[in-house]
Design a protein around this ligand. Sequence first.
Ligand SMILES: *Cc1c(COP(=O)(O)O)cnc(C)c1O
Length: 465
Amino acid sequence: MDLHDLHDLRAWLPRALTVAEEWGGRFGPYEGHDAHRVTATAFDEAFDRFAKRMDDNYPFFHPRYAGQMVKPPHPAAVTGYLTAMLFNPNNHAAEGGPATTEMEREAVAALAEMFGLASSHVGHLTTSGTMANLEALYVARELHPGRGIAYSSECHYTHERMCHVLGMEGHRVPVDVRGRIDLDALEDVLRGGRVGTVVVTTGTTGLGAVDPVHEVLALARRYGVRVHVDAAYGGFFAILGRAGTGGVHAEPWRAIAECDSVVVDPHKQGLQPYGCGAVLFPDPRAGRHFAHDSPYTYFTDSELHLGEISLECSRAGAAAAGLWLTLQLLPLTVDGFGQILAANRRAALHWAQLLTNSRELELYQRPDLDIVTYFPATADGRLSAIDEASGRLLRDAMTADPDPVFLSVLRADADAFQRRHPRVVRDAEAARVIRSVLLKPEHEHYLPVLHERVSELAARATAAP
Ligand SMILES: *Cc1c(COP(=O)(O)O)cnc(C)c1O
């Protein structure tokens, strides 16, 4: 891990033990039981085997990892999570953990404020973006029974899957040349009258494309249709977007507050360990759809129990603690958390520029956020050759010893490819391109090294065997 982070953790982690110990000491002495006691020798041996197994991993923390949207949690998140984990609160209800329930409320309020939602919102943390989206689509179904969901062909596959789970009709809408939902095609679908809610994505998982939320919203309202925003990956860019800074187009982000629900994953951009998504509803009446099988009866719009507005039961209070502590130190402002996103964004724009001038690589599409897509430049521009070179580049880069680079690939179909690069030769249905998510600010400084190394590997991947 980052040496800096480990240094912080060495200092901070013992405090987790102190907090748990001092608190526990208040409840008086009792005799331990041998049933789960293990010897130091047995632990040493097992831990050695465990540590060895952990060798088999990718260096997500290092800027030479420029593949999927993964990075280790912030030391503050680890410390908060671990401390709370020693208490093991369950945020399914306030009695499961009063302290972490309050932290969850405050952290969720901070996320809501990041999107510009009024304080009357309801929302809660979930274990993932998948669960958060499921809840939003569930509310969509309860509000428009018998009507379906429209989503773009670039949206996360979870929406199609969850429509199936919920027994709703899914309507797939094509995208424009930048991978954003196509408004004309969407209007055609809405005219049919079978859609109750449109899903827009601010930061698609593949390309990081930001749907024009403001335009979709205006269109949807004309047809009496709701709008759900899937900001699982991109959501934290609302900090820059709403402030109109960092080269992030403001309008889609400012329109989110007027939509009907929004999902964000603190375990992606938000520096949290896995197990931390969130769903928010500007209108607190959304909470009612979760209430029918709850033993509680005294709902007011503002005082719903977190467990009563969630489809999940047990939820880690520790996840709320990690997020809460992180937000104390890195508030969701342009000068706080925004600094991280601005660095990611600068790295992406810088790389896009280097790729535009590169001989070995070509930019696939200009990044809206911090996902950069590109492919090895081939002599004749055949899609099959590009596909093969991308595959070879990925493999060579990951297995290079020394000096590996970790990338990911994205499948671009021939139509999508040709709209962006009219001169490619269509001799295949699709081609893989390389995808790099630059979600660590360390990428900003490392970028020239990264670009140099990937260029070198690309030149080799396209050379005649
Ligand atoms: C990651 C992602 C999801 C799924 O979230 P998980 O936390 O992986 O379950 C949904 N939508 C988008 C846009 C995503 O990027």
